[in-house]
Ligand binder design. Structure first.
Ligand SMILES: [Zn+2]
Length: 250
């Protein structure tokens, strides 16, 4: 039986998630998918994702411990769901938080210990680092970084959080424990023709584009971008071809 505080925080999170966050994430993903993301929208979607951390934090404090810190929530999200650490050594959720703070405070306060590693990584961090162009929003630092912030960072976080659920308390704790896959890993089709179509038309998992992927134009801390195809571990060319045509001989 849940306590009064647990029921209250659960109800609050449910309202935030379903009535505010999900409609925004769907709009965000649609703008990104159609290359219609404007700079002000990127900041708005980024702000909601950053504030989702605060709402998750409230749930974790009531269901787990009041001593849990906001930083530990961000660290946990990055540990379990961050993109490749070589490209985002500070983590994507920490980057989202830094971008949110940079528009809130014009630039990050370099005297705060939480900000120092971000500033060491990206240089002085201010809200001018995001730039909108042709329906896309780029991150550009005076160091080496230049990449599609909408398609790579916001899309990643929006897809992770874009899920409906009922038992908010339990599901959020599963999220923090790294138990939440949001179905990504189970999305692969088992229809052989669909599998072959996907194999012949790979999608870049970083930007979500196929042939039009331009990730090789991007640079990250110490690393150049590249076409990063989604792979289906269940795909075996000979097995799939045999399923499609009995005449196929491996
Ligand atoms: Zn790409």
């Amino acid at each position: 039986m849940k306590s009064k505080d647990e029921l209250k925080v659960q109800s609050n999170y449910h309202a935030f998630h379903h009535e505010v966050l999900l409609p925004a994430l769907n709009e965000c993903l649609s703008c990104i998918e159609n290359d219609q993301l404007m700079l002000h929208q990127a900041y708005a979607f980024n702000m909601l994702i950053a504030h989702t951390v605060d709402h998750i934090w409230q749930v974790a404090k009531v269901f787990r411990s009041q001593s849990i810190t906001r930083k530990s929530i961000i660290d946990s999200l990055d540990t379990h769901y961050g993109l490749e650490s070589a490209r985002f050594p500070e983590g994507v959720f920490k980057l989202i938080d830094g971008v949110n703070n940079s528009i809130k405070h014009v630039e990050l306060d370099s005297t705060r210990s939480n900000n120092q590693s971000l500033i060491n990584c990206y240089g002085q961090f201010n809200f001018l680092m995001l730039k909108g162009r042709d329906g896309r929003v780029y991150f550009s630092s005076r160091h080496t970084d230049y990449f599609d912030y909408g398609r790579i960072v916001l899309r990643h976080a929006a897809e992770l959080l874009n899920v409906r659920f009922d038992e908010i308390g339990d599901d959020i704790l599963d999220l923090l424990d790294g138990q939440w896959t949001n179905g990504y890993e189970d999305e692969y089709t088992d229809d052989p023709i669909d599998m072959m179509i996907e194999y012949c038309n790979p999608i870049c998992q970083d930007c979500g584009r196929g042939e039009s992927c331009d990730c090789d134009n991007y640079s990250y801390v110490g690393q150049k971008g590249f076409f990063n195809p989604e792979t289906n571990d269940h795909f075996n060319f000979d097995d799939v071809m045999s399923s499609i045509s009995g005449a196929y001989k491996p």
